[in-house]
Design a protein around this ligand. Sequence first.
Ligand SMILES: NC(=O)c1ccc[n+]([C@@H]2O[C@H](COP(=O)([O-])OP(=O)(O)OC[C@H]3O[C@@H](n4cnc5c(N)ncnc54)[C@H](O)[C@@H]3O)[C@@H](O)[C@H]2O)c1
Length: 352
Amino acid sequence: MTEKEKVAIIGSGNWGSAIARIIATNTAKHENIFEKETKIWVFEELIDGQKLTEIMNTKHENVKYLPGITLPENLIAEPDLIKSVDGATILVFVLPHQFISRTLSTIKEHIKKGCRAITLIKGFVVDDQDEIHLISDMISESLGIQVSALMGANVANEVAQDMFCETTIGCADQKDQEMYLKLFNTKTFRVSTVSDVYGVEICGSLKNIVALGAGFCDGLSFGGNSKAAIMRIGLLEMKKFAQMFYKGVESETFFESCGVADLITTCVGGRNRKVAEAFVKTGKSWNDLEAELLNGQKLQGTLTCDEVHRFLTKKGKIEEFPLFFTIYLIAQKKVEPLRVFDFDEVTTEFKK
Ligand SMILES: NC(=O)c1ccc[n+]([C@@H]2O[C@H](COP(=O)([O-])OP(=O)(O)OC[C@H]3O[C@@H](n4cnc5c(N)ncnc54)[C@H](O)[C@@H]3O)[C@@H](O)[C@H]2O)c1
């Protein structure tokens, strides 16, 4: 008999908890393929004096990051990162990207030989030389394993309420594509698979920059036409970036849920859009707004925007991405928000 797959979920924020609900439901449903018990690593914190892991394992709810949603009883919250990955054959990475490096070095010596990973993390890591590292590459280089990516128009709170949506899995291995379908697909969370891992992942990371632009439109009280224009131009810059710097990225990937659909939902309802709107309306700092509006969740767009800017500066390609550059300058308060629509002129004015 072939060994059952054992799944470990690394991260338990808003999206981590929502996807854990789906995963644990499916590991219980497909007990012939997966071990039913599914561990989720929780960065421990106290809620009214009680450990979050204890609350999750008794109340079956992540009261801080996904309140009001019942989690399956076969989902076990584990505060010890090393214990959470013990014996796992599939590692699901779903934590804010600023924590990935430390997480990888902690588990490096403790993972099972032959395991695979899938990343749901949106964002890059940029090193001291201003080189971009995709999270999938970081995982595969650090752990020496195959890595796939899952991205889509998936606002966690809606997914958790079983509102219909689609998602895209980029996975190079045909057999693993089938296994991931079993692990993630539900009636209301419809999964498509493609082999373009980089394309899927890059869509998910770059869209948060465009979401800041969409938030600026809202902060300025501009209407749907302007926001749609920012989204369209943003999508073209996303595609250009992915194909300029990464081999094998397919144009079709941008029409999957991870591309155009995720961009739309992020620019209409996501957290980066919301905070960018408040940034224009209040003039407060990003840090203050993150603390005020996101209840412990992390704002990714400003970090990604800064990282992409450093990378493009190093490559001498700023001028080819005028919208990204202008959004960066607005986020840095170097340019008035209204100039988001003037991106060509701004780029000519500010390029070195
Ligand atoms: N929320 C969404 O709707 C959504 C949808 C799709 C993808 N994503 C992506 O999924 C990833 C995870 O996002 P999320 O929404 O689950 O997280 P989140 O922003 O809701 O929560 C933050 C998480 O980080 C943990 N944390 C805090 N400090 C930490 C530390 N020092 N070390 C490790 N962990 C720490 C917290 O315990 C919490 O689990 C992100 O890349 C995000 O872009 C989110």
